[in-house]
Design a protein around this ligand. Structure first.
Ligand code: HEC
Ligand code: HEC
Ligand code: HEC
Ligand code: HEC
Length: 350
């Protein structure tokens, strides 16, 4: 859906320039058809409203968010020595006009045919571009709060979800969204630019620390840590999605330089974590994912098998969220990072 406008653009370009065959060649999948993961959330920038719109009503979410590295990255990063160094090596003149950087370090909107940052990584980079669902999600179906029927509430949320809203219950989509930025699927950016290949990520500890803003339904009176059951699902799904994505990075690496090495090391680290999960909780989806990666050889000549393993891990993540809500999986609790390891510490609040 989000690719539709680009697709149309390419078609128009092809027809108007009459270079159909060249463009087809360029956009055809490389060699064996294995594709790298997407870079950043990929929401439709023309449907972004910006965080000021959200904070009108969600002031408690805003007061946490504005103190996070997500909010500050678009002002701090381009000024940093490291940022300027990466840009120089990549031949980029202005970081704030470069869509590659904006994809992961900002929420951006189109202005005069170019992408412009509207803020750091803000609400809609995680909850979805809001134009199609903004009005509907908070309007209580035209009634007063508390007066909608159960059916009206259910259809309001169903409409918002199909219009692209990412809600707290959608753990698989949340994990995919975080990982689309926290794994860096761009070989040149890592090998030539010297950018990190991604974060030392883990979904429980990275979602429950400094960025936690579960303070809406409590009207700002408390900012609750996710329940034990939710943490178990976050832990397993976060591991599977990150493993799938790093496998796809590895499968599309073209040379055994830093990008390939970092991703191979990360796959190895994640498959050890997965083996521990499978040993503690031998549910069938996790066991299947574990079997797909246990003896996988992490070398570039093995890209077909690495890519198939990524498919198996993806299927396992989808099956796991269908079958499990975390109840009965207490054997995982000793593996899950404790609150003192939550990334960035306690959330700030205005
Ligand atoms: C006019 C006020 C208003 C604005 C503006 C607004 N929201 Fe909301 N939002 C609400 C209300 C009201 C609810 C709770 C609805 C309910 O209780 O059923 C809500 C709930 C939510 C939820 C929780 C959904 C869930 O799963 O329970 C999220 C996430 C959210 N809003 C995100 C946003 C984002 C992102 C923006 C900006 C693009 C935004 N909101 C702008 C009023 C608003
Ligand atoms: C796929 C997403 C992605 C892309 C594309 C990307 N970054 Fe990053 N960048 C990240 C993440 C995630 C981190 C944090 C890494 C960590 O946790 O160690 C980061 C960290 C950084 C840092 C170090 C921390 C900081 O904020 O100062 C710099 C500098 C940086 N990026 C610059 C750039 C520049 C310049 C570009 C464009 C050429 C770019 N990045 C493109 C995701 C990305
Ligand atoms: C880095 C991604 C990210 C950003 C940025 C972000 N959110 Fe969220 N938000 C989430 C996740 C994930 C949850 C689900 C809770 C969890 O997993 O801890 C959530 C939950 C919520 C909820 C429900 C909270 C509750 O009390 O249950 C609301 C409302 C919300 N976000 C609004 C916003 C608004 C408004 C902004 C911008 C000011 C924002 N979010 C920025 C990821 C994000
Ligand atoms: C649009 C890209 C993007 C998305 C989506 C995103 N992040 Fe980030 N995140 C970043 C970048 C870039 C940084 C580094 C900012 C910096 O240091 O300049 C970062 C930093 C963080 C930090 C701070 C790390 C530290 O060093 O203290 C946490 C925690 C975090 N992200 C968690 C999450 C979680 C959890 C999700 C999903 C719910 C998420 N992020 C989604 C881009 C993103």
């Amino acid at each position: 859906m989000t690719n539709a406008p680009l697709g149309k653009f390419v078609v128009v370009l092809v027809l108007s320039l009459g270079i159909l065959s060249t463009v087809m060649l360029l956009s055809a999948p490389e060699g064996d058809g294995i594709q790298p993961p997407k870079i950043g959330p990929g929401f439709d920038a023309s449907q972004i409203k910006g965080p000021n719109e959200c904070v009108e009503c969600h002031k408690h979410s805003g007061s946490v968010w504005e103190k996070t590295p997500h909010a500050t990255t678009i002002t701090d990063m381009p000024r940093s020595e490291e940022g300027r160094d990466i840009a120089k090596k990549m031949g980029i003149r202005r970081i704030k006009s470069e869509s590659l950087c904006l994809d992961c370090h900002s929420t951006a909107v189109p202005k005069e045919g170019k992408l412009k940052p509207i803020s750091g990584v803000s609400c809609e980079s995680c909850h979805g571009a809001s134009e199609p669902w903004l009005k509907r999600h908070g309007e209580f179906s035209g009634k007063k709060e508390g007066e909608e029927s159960a059916e009206e509430i259910a259809s309001r949320w169903a409409e918002c979800e199909s219009a692209g809203m990412l809600r707290a219950g959608m753990i698989l989509e949340i994990a995919r969204n975080c990982v689309s930025c926290h794994v860096v699927p761009d070989e040149k950016l890592v090998n030539v630019g010297g950018h990190s290949s991604g974060s030392d990520f883990e979904l429980v500890s990275w979602s429950q620390g400094v960025i936690r803003h579960n303070n809406w339904y409590s009207k700002g009176t408390e900012n609750k840590i996710a329940s034990k059951e939710r943490q178990r699902v976050l832990y397993v799904v976060g591991t599977l999605v990150e493993l799938e994505t790093t496998l796809r990075c590895l499968a599309t690496a073209s040379t055994s330089a830093r990008y390939a090495k970092k991703n191979a090391r990360r796959v190895d680290h994640l498959r050890k974590r997965l083996a521990a999960i499978a040993a503690a909780t031998p549910v069938n989806s996790v066991v299947a994912a574990n079997e797909a990666v246990t003896s996988l050889r992490l070398v570039l000549s093995n890209r077909k098998e690495i890519s198939s393993a990524a498919d198996a891990v993806q299927a396992a993540s989808e099956k796991f969220v269908d079958e499990h809500d975390g109840v009965g999986l207490e054997a995982l609790d000793p593996l899950i990072p404790p609150p003192e390891d939550f990334r960035g510490g306690e959330p700030g609040q205005a």
